[in-house]
Design a binder for this molecule. Structure first.
Ligand code: SF4
Length: 552
């Protein structure tokens, strides 16, 4: 049997157009190790009759470079060139386009078209959350994509690689769907690896880890040398939060690695690749609390710093978990709070969380030296202005170390997408705007322009004007967070103003004065920032010539 040559391509997962315009709310999303592809690679290498050759092209990397260099004008033709060049040099027999979210839709056909034009014999398939949930739309709008895999791809791809007649396999396999299958009314179904220990250990050396070394959310360590790596110790989630597509991709029954396997994998990451920061990216790490505790206990022996960047279930945290977090080296968790309204949580999102619990849990974590970030989502149908006010009240009352405030996206595969389609709530828009800084839902109580503004104002208020660490005198921590923002967004007036207050707090008067001048220059030269400063009451002291000390 001839060796299969598989080229995996990851389309951009953010909208390049946002970085062409002067859009202040556009932030580069975290760049995540292509964990799913590394898992496919490991499985195929071990389980196919003849181990395939693999290559990976992540188009987010050249896009990030173009954004960083302010040179995005030619980026779409650059993508075409990169794909064509890789196809010419690698000559794939099979191309797999892996896309998670709606925003990547725009790029799918362009990528497939270039592959088809360069090497027409290549079989082109797509997988991941987006094609898996939107298989009809993708097959209709992307004529150069031959088939789509439903859900996780380890077993379906192995079966495809090993198949004698691939077109027969694609038509007959329960997890593959083609245009013929759609026409015949076929509904593809999942074929999961039931025991995650069956997937061999991942070869993280397949990618350049330096390209994925900035996902960490704890900005106290931004200046330190580090090696970040991600692990998914389990897949699946029993809940059905309205905006989430994870259960549609990974199922509602959770499958997990054994504790021994987690320990062995992380030990190998440390020894072979110099891991210093472990990012645990499970859908629902606490699906089984006793297992979660056992994992934390073994990780405590490995002496790495740990973060949970994907959101942790608040209700699962108790004194023992907080203590285990501390022992295991967990410095920061992102708490999946989502809203300050019990009505929104229980009636709209359908999340088993009571708002009254949140503050105690955050304080519990803080007593054990663990920082809390928080995820908030605004603009769900049925959410009213008073619910958003409750959210702001919660954020100001609890005092999180940082708040990540997003606009709801009707992600393919989520219940929210189904609701929005049924009710006609998605305002005229293309998928490129389906990013978490933009609101594309118009529904009762939800005006998209207002939602975007509220999300941004909440961010300015909670993270800068009323920043918890600044208000609590934790100036060193505050300085690290604000410096991180100011470095990424040099024109962010509020970051400089907050930095001035933090430097003032530690007696660094020269640095405080410099940050103040920067703030004053921005608000004097940029009417938009001037307006924000007025809205948040930041100008009175400066205009009265009292400077930074009175702003504290
Ligand atoms: S948001 Fe988290 S808890 Fe809710 S369904 Fe998704 S993975 Fe599960």
């Amino acid at each position: 049997m001839a060796t299969e040559r598989i080229l995996f391509i990851i389309p951009p997962y953010f909208n390049v157009d946002d970085y062409r315009a002067d859009n202040r709310s556009s932030v580069l999303p975290p760049f995540t190790i292509p964990y799913g592809i590394l898992s496919l690679h490991a499985y195929l290498a071990d389980r196919c009759s003849v181990s395939p050759e693999i290559d990976i092209l992540d188009l987010n990397l050249p896009l990030r470079q173009a954004v960083t260099e302010g040179d995005t004008d030619r980026i779409l033709s650059r993508f075409d060139e990169l794909v064509a060049e890789r196809v010419r040099t690698f000559r794939p027999t099979l191309a797999g386009i892996s896309a998670l979210f709606n925003v990547s839709f725009r790029y799918l056909q362009d990528i497939a078209r270039v592959i088809q034009a360069q090497l027409p014999s290549t079989l082109i398939v797509a997988g991941g959350g987006l094609p898996s949930a939107a298989f009809r739309e993708v097959l209709e709008l992307c004529p150069d994509i031959d088939a789509i895999c439903k859900g996780e791809g380890e077993i379906p791809l192995r079966d495809l690689v090993d198949a004698g007649d691939k077109s027969v396999l694609l038509n007959e396999h329960p997890s593959w769907i083609t245009r013929e299958g759609v026409a015949a009314g076929k509904i593809p179904s999942h074929t999961f690896v039931q025991d995650l220990d069956d997937i061999p250990m991942l070869d993280y050396g397949t990618v350049d880890l330096d390209d994925y070394n900035a996902r960490s959310i704890d900005k106290r360590y931004s200046d330190e040398k580090k090696r970040e790596m991600a692990v998914h110790t389990s897949r699946g989630c029993p809940f059905l939060c309205v905006f989430c597509s994870n259960p549609a991709l990974h199922g509602r029954q959770v499958r997990a690695m054994s504790v021994e396997r987690v320990a062995a994998e992380v030990r190998r990451m440390k020894e072979r690749w110099g891991l210093t920061v472990l990012l645990i990216e499970d859908d629902h790490f606490f699906f089984d609390k006793s297992r979660a505790k056992a994992v934390l206990r073994v990780l405590a022996q490995l002496q790495v710093r740990i973060e949970f960047p994907n959101g942790v279930a608040v209700y699962a945290i108790d004194e023992e978990i907080a203590e285990l977090f501390s022992r295991a080296g967990v410095s920061t968790v992102a708490l999946a709070v989502e809203s300050g309204s019990d009505y929104v949580l229980n009636k709209i999102i359908k999340k088993p969380l009571k708002i009254g619990l949140v503050k105690d849990k955050v304080e519990m974590l803080r007593r054990h030296g663990v920082q809390s970030h928080v995820f908030i989502v605004l603009g769900l149908p049925g959410e009213m202005p008073e619910h958003r006010r409750q959210t702001l009240d919660l954020l100001l009352d609890v005092g999180f170390d940082w708040a990540h405030i997003f606009c709801a996206i009707p992600i393919f595969g989520s219940r929210l997408h189904e609701i929005c389609v049924e009710q006609g709530y998605i305002r005229e828009s293309n998928f490129l705007d389906h990013v978490n800084t933009k609101s594309v839902i118009r529904a009762p109580g939800v005006d998209p322009e207002q939602i975007e503004d509220t999300a941004y104002q909440m961010n300015l208020s909670v993270n800068f004007v009323h920043n918890y660490n600044l208000a609590s005198g934790n100036y060193e921590t505050a300085i690290k967070y604000f410096r991180n923002v100011a470095a990424k967004y040099p024109e962010h007036a509020f970051a400089h103003q907050a930095l001035a207050r933090a430097y003032g707090g530690v007696g660094e008067q020269d640095l405080a004065a410099r940050a103040t001048r920067r703030f004053e220059h921005i608000v004097a030269s940029d009417p938009w920032w001037h307006e924000q400063a007025v809205r948040h009451g930041l100008l009175a002291d400066y205009e009265a010539g009292r400077g930074v000390s009175n702003a504290l």
